[in-house]
Design a protein around this ligand. Structure first.
Ligand SMILES: Cc1cc2nc3c(=O)[nH]c(=O)nc-3n(C[C@H](O)[C@H](O)[C@H](O)COP(=O)(O)OP(=O)(O)OC[C@H]3O[C@@H](n4cnc5c(N)ncnc54)[C@H](O)[C@@H]3O)c2cc1C
Ligand code: FES
Length: 416
């Protein structure tokens, strides 16, 4: 071999080695970047699967009380068509249409719709909801008890079929590597938080999570055996039960950890330092105490997620939506035509929403959450403009409007 040829071979071998070295470094660097950009928690977030449109029939295959007082009952629902279940994100809810019989035993003129959070972790074969039986308001005379919850508790049996809309809702847990979730439940507000907790303990058992569960007394403590088992099994799960009016037999330490309501003092005392994200669910009265307190404590708005379990309904058989005494001063007036009902009515600004307006005039319209989330009241807008004080949670289909949170901005023709 000549000297130049030998030199050429040496140079080629050196260049090849250099190229291989650079390639290894680049691959390692790429892997490091990819790992850093994909925290494991985010990878584990469940993806919502294909949802169905409209109503689908589900059979109740199991009923089970979850508290000693037997006021909270779980219903396990399996699709009648036998097809696959849609996935859901922990925190989402189902909307049910119920044919509720009136006092005389006759069916209501139209089904009533209500939302119920999915209370279990995603399961391939069934959904679980848990419903609290709602009595008449304690201080009001002569009002009927909650229509849908009493119908579910009193009349719906194993084997019965219910019509159900696909899981929906944006009150879902969003795990990230920086924040620790703090779940705060008031009474039956435990249901979406239970789904979140259930999912978290299964997917991210090494990461801390807190649950503060506010009750009046321990007979209302739903899912108690399960919660206590999980707290014993998971050192990173911190459970605090707060009782505001314990029964004489309730013992501190055994039945509850805190006497009174969940407040900032309790959180300050029991939460470790760090960045927390708060998920709060309960009746409106509980939220109106907890949410301003969290903000006052300095929690950033993006770290406070909440869901209220809806106000009283006006579409209960026999219930009348209270009509406000007089229109808002200076409110615009518009003509609203309900095309299918053949009614043309004058909007004068006295009603809080088109839903309240329709109900006051006995125009048949659907509703569920009455807060712009479930889409039950979404109705085709044939003509005119509807406005919203705040952008609703539900994504409104083009050419439609949400009656429960919408008010007219012009004369309207509505397909109802
Ligand atoms: C997103 C979401 C998720 C939810 N998840 C759950 C859940 O997981 N579990 C659960 O149990 N609930 C849940 N709810 C609440 C549920 O949807 C119902 O609101 C609840 O079951 C009460 O419905 P009802 O038909 O029994 O009561 P309603 O008939 O709506 O009555 C409610 C209350 O109003 C009173 N009332 C009746 N008529 C009048 C009137 N004219 N004026 C004043 N008061 C009146 C009733 O006596 C009763 O106390 C959820 C709500 C939402 C919005
Ligand atoms: S009733 Fe749920 S969006 Fe209007």
């Amino acid at each position: 071999m000549t000297a130049p040829l030998l030199l050429a071979w040496i140079c080629a071998a050196f260049a090849l080695e250099l190229a291989a070295g650079i390639a290894v470094v680049l691959v390692r660097r790429h892997r490091r970047i990819a790992l850093a950009a994909a925290p494991t928690a985010v990878q584990s977030t469940p993806r919502a699967g294909q949802a169905w449109a409209g109503w689908r029939e589900f059979r109740v295959v199991r009923r089970e009380f979850e508290d000693a007082a037997q006021t909270q009952c779980s219903f396990y629902l399996v699709p009648v068509d036998g097809a696959e279940l849609s996935e859901f994100k922990p925190g989402q809810y189902l909307t049910l249409a119920l044919d509720v019989a009136g006092d005389s035993g006759t069916a209501s003129p139209r089904p009533i719709t209500r939302c119920y959070s999915l209370s279990g972790r995603p399961h391939p074969l069934h959904y679980r909801i848990t419903v609290k039986r709602v009595g008449p308001p304690p201080l009001a005379q002569g009002l009927p008890p909650g229509v849908a919850s009493n119908h579910l508790h009193g009349r719906v049996r194993e084997g019965d079929v219910l019509r159900v809309k696909a899981p929906a809702g944006r009150f879902v847990i969003e795990p990230d590597d920086q924040t620790t979730p703090v779940l705060i439940a008031g009474g039956i507000g435990i249901t979406p938080l239970l789904a979140m907790l259930n999912w978290w303990l299964a997917e991210l058992p090494g990461r801390p999570i807190h649950l503060y569960y506010g009750l009046r007394h321990s007979r209302e403590h739903a899912f108690r055996p399960w919660l206590e088992q999980q707290a014993a099994a998971h050192p990173h799960f911190h459970l605090t039960v707060a009782c505001s009016r314990p029964d004489p037999g309730d013992e501190p330490g055994r039945d509850f950890q805190h006497l009174g309501h969940i407040d900032i003092e309790l959180l300050r005392r029991t939460l470790s330092a760090g960045h927390h994200r708060f998920y709060v669910c309960g009746p409106p009265a509980m939220l109106s105490g907890v949410l301003p307190a969290l903000r006052g404590w300095g929690v950033a708005p993006q770290d406070i997620c909440h869901e209220a379990f809806g106000p009283a309904s006006g579409d209960a058989p026999g219930a009348v939506t209270p009509s406000p005494a007089s229109p808002e001063p200076g409110a615009a007036s518009f003509e609203v035509r309900f095309a299918r009902s053949g009614r043309t009515l004058a909007w004068d600004g006295r009603d809080a929403s088109l839903l309240a307006f329709a109900e006051r005039h006995a125009v048949a319209v659907d509703s569920g959450c009455r807060a712009g989330s479930c889409g039950s009241c979404e109705t085709r807008l044939i003509e005119g403009q509807v406005g919203y004080a705040e952008p609703p949670d539900h994504d409104i289909a083009p050419g439609h409007c949400l009656l429960c949170v919408g008010t007219p901005r012009s004369a309207l023709v509505i397909d109802a």
